[in-house]
Design a protein around this ligand. Sequence first.
Ligand code: F6P
Length: 360
Amino acid sequence: MKKIGILTSGGDCQGLNAAIRGVAKSLYGYYKDSEIQIYGIRDGYKGLIYGDYHTMEAKDFSGILNTGGTILGTSRQPFKSMRIIDENSVDKVKAMKENYKKIGLDCLVILGGNGTQKTANLLSQEGLNVVSLPKTIDNDLWGTDMTFGFQSAVRIATDVIDCIHTTATSHGRVFIVEVMGHKVGWLTLYAGIAGGADVILLPEMPYDINAIVKKIEDRTKQGKNFSILAVAEGAVSKELAQLPKKKKKEALANLAYPSISYEIAKQIEDSTGQETRVTVPGHIQRGGSPCAYDRVLSTRFGAAAAKLIFEERYGNMVAIKNEKIVAVPLQEIAGKLKAVPVDCEVINAAKETGISFGDK
Ligand code: F6P
């Protein structure tokens, strides 16, 4: 009897259920029903730490291809505190290893983003059989060209920019749409281009407020009574970017505004006199059903993870590289961030069509 545990960890996103389904349905293809038992582990690593798990059957994986969120629940268990004894005096790593053994697992399937993959690598190094899948709307996981969740979030953020266009033109206003993405700008870059933003600000390209103001004023001179900015939640000014890491963190924590977008809005209003509003779609970007692309990608990742389990190729994350599904060793990807390369073709194409990145 093969015993496989599945957990989803970190922020939820579209395509998690499709990926869980992909893993399970493929496993039922490799093994007879009587040869395999799948265990659902609740709320990510928390369920493995505290022994919160349940057996699952084939029917549990039906009807979930197009549903949002995760049927297993999720939670954030920061990697940096994994080695720290928690408030209930629990040694988390020890507890996870004990529960893995207690259930009698042959492999643990882990769906998650950056922090989750670091812990997956830690568990693999601690001797557990682990296979992981790359999940996040941020698309910031090293080792894969694409994560599931990203394209669905691009669709939502693009819809937001589309909707803002009508109000921006009707009222003749400047609008900032603040897009998620944590420390990287993939989501903002793609949604900004797809939504026709005039200015796109990414964490990878620190901005000069004067360059942003100039772009807006140039548009006004051309008779355009509105401007739209797609601003990554992690965008930074050139001044801030120059500060040492600790000072930069302090400055951001002490911002006089709810987020950087509001500071930029105030600066634009003061400099141009144009009414400027901020829209923050926030967690909506992680919500709702996965787009067709993510349903396909999650299914491909799920099937690939099941194959790795069948072949006992543990310690790997499934990934997509140049349109091919591959396995990447966890130790190669753990702790690495995939930022937007500032000289990439997508950015150059955007610049050629007149989009400003506020950098000059
Ligand atoms: O990693 C996904 C993400 O949505 C980021 O884009 C964002 O910075 C963060 O999670 C928000 O986290 P939380 O859901 O814990 O507020």
